[in-house]
Every structure is written in structure tokens, then in C-alpha cells.
Ligand binder design. Structure first.
Ligand code: NAP
Length: 215
């Protein structure tokens, strides 16, 4: 049993028909003010906020705790999955004084004194298992996974997540919108649905993670 896996909370917002972005991949602001408060409070409670490379390219998120929504002294790390190191440093996520961890498959990258830290799988695929083990070894105890589709799908399928929350906004996008899940049968257990803000909030707890780690 590896006790170093961080606690993984997956959170995102979508339309009532389960789309996380518009047909062209452009973001839509699904979250109400109340939901933004919820999300920024979640951000303040974790050690790192994890997203995939395409989310940085498409949405250019800051991945910070914004005092407009929630006041906190905590400044979680940003964690980005970017196998081929395609992201330049102009994205907003790099503009803040906090650590940014980049997972890559590229070998031989040296960490210097800057606040960008590289973790390489040395040419092997970046699996969720590898990412979580490395984060655990770095002393990271809690992460928030925010997207996008490929990242959400792979984390769900890994079964190494703990809590999933989805804010369903009262919007319909239609079949060409971007789904939050790609493919493969997956059954959620232990779910709760509550009316929240303008839409509803689904919370699922992964009761199988402990079983998986025990074997
Ligand atoms: N509504 C919301 O809450 C929300 C939140 C976030 C994003 N989004 C939307 O999501 C869309 C982007 O989703 P996306 O699926 O295109 O991209 P993504 O999930 O943001 O990033 C996927 C990329 O990350 C890299 N990656 C490396 N290791 C990975 C791993 N183990 N698992 C998954 N990805 C890994 C891969 O690129 P490399 O092979 O180059 O490394 C992969 O193609 C955008 O339209 C955005 O607006 C919505």
C-alpha cells in the first residue's frame, strides 16, 4: 500500500447536457458567482490545482485563489500536464509568485532556482499513477483537478480519485459541445445531488479507491 497518494478532488462545471465547453472548445462561464465562491474556497484548501495542457491553451486560467470570491493567505501550486513542453511562459498561470509544477515526458530537464519545477517520466507515458506518486513524494497531500476532458476522464478511469463535484448550470449546449468524459463504462457510486445556486451540484465519493490501494 502506498500511503503517499494525495487526496484527489475533481471539480468542474458543465451544462445540463454534460458539456464543459462550446463546440469549438471555447470556454463558457457555467459557474454562477455562488459557484465561483465554492470553487475558490476549494482551491484555498488544496496544495495544488492540476490541469491539462489544452486547458491552459484554450482558457488561459490563472489557477489562483481570487479574493473577489474567497479570501485566503494560501496560494496553491499550479500543476500542469504538458508531455512535450509545448506551453510558453506567456500564459497567465506563470505570472504569479507561487510554484508551478510541470509534468513532462522529456528527459534531462534541470530544475533551477525559478518557481517552475519539472517532473519527468523520462520518456514513459505520463500516467495518473505516476503523477500522483510523484506528487505524494513531493509532500503534496491534496490536489484539485479542474480539467479538461482528457484529464477528467483519465483521473476518473484511474480510480485514484477521492471526491468528484460537478456544478450543473441551467444551460443546454447541444451535441457538438465538449463532453466532460471521453469513453469507457464507468459507474459512480455514493452520489448526492442537491439544488445549488442556479443549477445543481453533484457530489460523488470514490469508495473503491481504498480497496484499490489495499491490493
Ligand atoms: N467547464 C469546466 O469546468 C472546464 C474546466 C477546464 C477545462 N475545460 C475545457 O476543457 C477543454 C480542454 O480539454 P482537453 O481534453 O482538450 O484537454 P486537457 O484535458 O486540458 O489537456 C489534455 C492534455 O494534457 C496532456 N496530458 C499529459 N498527461 C496526461 C494525462 N495523464 N491525462 C490527461 N492528459 C494528459 C496531454 O497533452 P500532451 O500529450 O501534449 O501532454 C493531453 O492532450 C477546453 O475546451 C476547456 O475549455 C472546461
Amino acid at each position: 500500500m502506498d500511503l503517499k497518494y494525495p487526496h484527489v478532488h475533481i471539480n468542474f462545471a458543465c451544462s445540463m447536457d454534460g458539456k464543459i465547453a462550446m463546440p469549438d472548445g471555447k470556454p463558457y462561464k457555467f459557474s454562477s458567482f455562488e459557484d465561483m465562491v465554492r470553487v475558490h474556497k476549494l482551491r484555498a484548501e488544496v496544495d495544488g490545482i492540476l490541469v491539462g495542457k489544452n486547458t491552459i491553451k484554450n482558457d488561459d486560467p490563472k489557477l489562483t485563489v481570487n479574493p473577489k470570491y474567497y479570501n485566503s493567505d494560501r496560494n496553491p501550486r499550479a500543476i500542469i500536464l504538458d508531455s512535450k513542453l509545448e506551453l510558453d511562459r506567456n500564459y497567465r498561470v506563470f505570472q504569479y509568485n507561487r510554484e508551478v509544477i510541470i509534468f513532462t515526458t522529456v528527459s534531462g530537464i534541470k530544475n533551477d532556482s525559478s518557481n517552475i519545477k519539472y517532473v519527468s517520466s523520462e520518456g514513459e507515458p505520463l500516467t495518473v499513477n505516476f503523477i500522483l506518486q510523484k506528487l505524494g513524494e513531493m509532500g503534496i497531500e491534496r490536489i484539485l483537478v479542474e480539467g479538461g476532458k482528457t484529464v477528467i476522464s483519465n483521473f476518473l478511469k484511474s480510480n485514484l480519485w477521492d471526491v468528484l463535484t460537478i456544478y450543473y448550470s441551467p444551460i443546454l449546449i447541444g451535441e457538438d459541445g465538449i463532453n466532460f468524459y471521453d469513453e469507457g463504462l464507468l459507474k459512480l457510486e455514493d452520489i448526492k445531488v442537491e439544488k445549488f445556486s442556479e443549477g445543481f451540484l453533484l457530489t460523488a465519493v470514490n469508495i473503491r479507491k481504498k480497496e484499490l490501494l489495499d491490493h
